[in-house]
Design a protein around this ligand. Structure first.
Ligand code: PLP
Ligand code: ZN
Length: 374
């Protein structure tokens, strides 16, 4: 049961029954808090709505769901042998809209509708805009979406097909943000809206449930805005409080491209926040975020769990994308392939042991990226 919203930086409480963006005091992201004494076990729904007691939507409409969530957690035996590691993949390619952004969109749009919001606006690198525009169409909400001109064509087409207004801008997602500043609709951009993270956190619940209510040693996440990583950390802490898991949390790893690695740089330099990454570029467009709003929360989550942050090159990503297809029959998205490159690098430098059970996130479908070369 949703109780209130709490600022991730200053802790100030906000009313969860009102429409909210950032903290009124310090303009930081707000996190949903629940009355955890009133949480039942997951239902038997085959979607993320099985965790309804730790989701913010008070009256979920079963007819709204497209079946988002409960994606498979599968072994990668050949890659594991090849890298001398123990790797499982949470495969988000099988989700509606072809990326895990559907989790955040399903929950965020459902909550927006419940709060009486008429329409949403957001800058995006592609997948989030596609997912939010499509779920908004399902809910009957308006949407205005801005994306960089080099965002994948397929995501533009999804947005246009949904009937949303699409604005294409030169530059990065930061420039796309400026392109919707004048639009008078609810700002649903990453972490400026408190409920997207609640949808994404269900990846954490699912990983634990699918392992038989225990945690892996390590979780590796391709990090752009970091919502999924923050969400998984939040889910793990909620499950600790609920008594659904005990003991040490998995070490959380943020992987980025060397073309855009603000979190890795901040982690290496021991900083609490990142610095804007100039001229950011990577083929793994989902993680091309030069200065995430939630950088301090990502860095806290990594440090608190004794995790790490690592950058890999686009060449290595392309190589591991092809190798995983060849060895496993799995065509990863570039962001997902970056997690395999991270396993490779972290085994090579000894940070990972062969016995560590590692869960990597394949955050989207490889077939959404026809223009990315291998
Ligand atoms: C958005 C996106 C990411 C990064 O997600 P965050 O939670 O914002 O860090 C990774 N992979 C894909 C395919 C994405 O679309
Ligand atoms: Zn605050």
């Amino acid at each position: 049961m949703l109780s209130h919203l709490e600022c991730a930086r200053c802790g100030r409480e906000h009313d969860a029954n009102a429409v909210q963006n950032l903290c009124h005091e310090c303009a930081s992201p707000l996190l949903a808090r629940y009355d955890l004494t009133r949480v039942g076990r997951p239902t038997d729904e085959n979607s993320l709505w099985r965790y309804r007691d730790v989701l913010p939507v008070r009256n979920p409409d079963p007819a709204f769901s497209l079946g988002e969530g409960m994606t498979p957690l599968v072994g990668l035996p050949a890659i594991s042998r090849h890298l001398d590691a123990t790797v499982l993949m949470k495969d988000e390619s099988l989700i509606p809209t072809g990326s895990f952004k559907a989790r955040g969109a399903a929950v965020g749009v459902a909550r927006a509708k419940e709060l009486g919001i008429e329409g949403i606006k957001m800058p995006t690198n592609g997948n989030a805009g596609a997912a939010w525009a499509l779920y908004a169409a399902r809910a009957g909400l308006r949407s205005v979406i801005a994306m960089p001109e080099d965002a994948p064509l397929i995501t533009r087409e999804e947005v246009e097909a949904s009937g949303a207004e699409l604005r294409i801008v030169p530059g990065t997602i930061a420039d796309a943000g400026k392109a919707v500043a004048d639009v008078d609709l609810f700002d649903a951009s990453t972490l400026r809206e408190p409920y997207r993270i609640e949808g994404k956190k269900t990846m954490g619940y699912e990983i634990v449930e699918q392992l038989g209510w225990r945690v892996p040693d390590v979780i590796i996440y391709p990090t752009g805005g970091g919502v999924g990583l923050i969400g998984i950390h939040k889910a793990l802490n909620e499950m600790l409080e609920l008594g659904w898991i005990t003991g040490k949390l998995p070490r959380l790893v943020a992987v980025q491209s060397t073309g855009c690695a603000p979190i890795v740089k901040a982690f290496d330099e021991g900083r609490a926040e990142s610095v804007f990454w100039d001229a950011a570029y990577t083929d793994a467009f989902g993680i091309n975020v030069p200065k995430p709003l939630g950088d301090f929360i990502i860095l806290q989550a990594i440090r608190e769990t004794n995790g790490t942050a690592i950058a890999v090159t686009d060449e290595q990503i392309a190589h591991d994308r092809a190798e995983t297809a060849r060895l496993e029959g799995v065509f990863l998205c570039p962001e997902g392939a970056a997690t395999i490159s991270a396993v490779r690098a972290l085994r090579a430098n000894g940070w990972l042991n062969a016995q560590d059970e590692v869960v990597v996130l394949n955050t989207g479908a490889g077939i959404k990226y026809p223009a990315v070369r291998l």
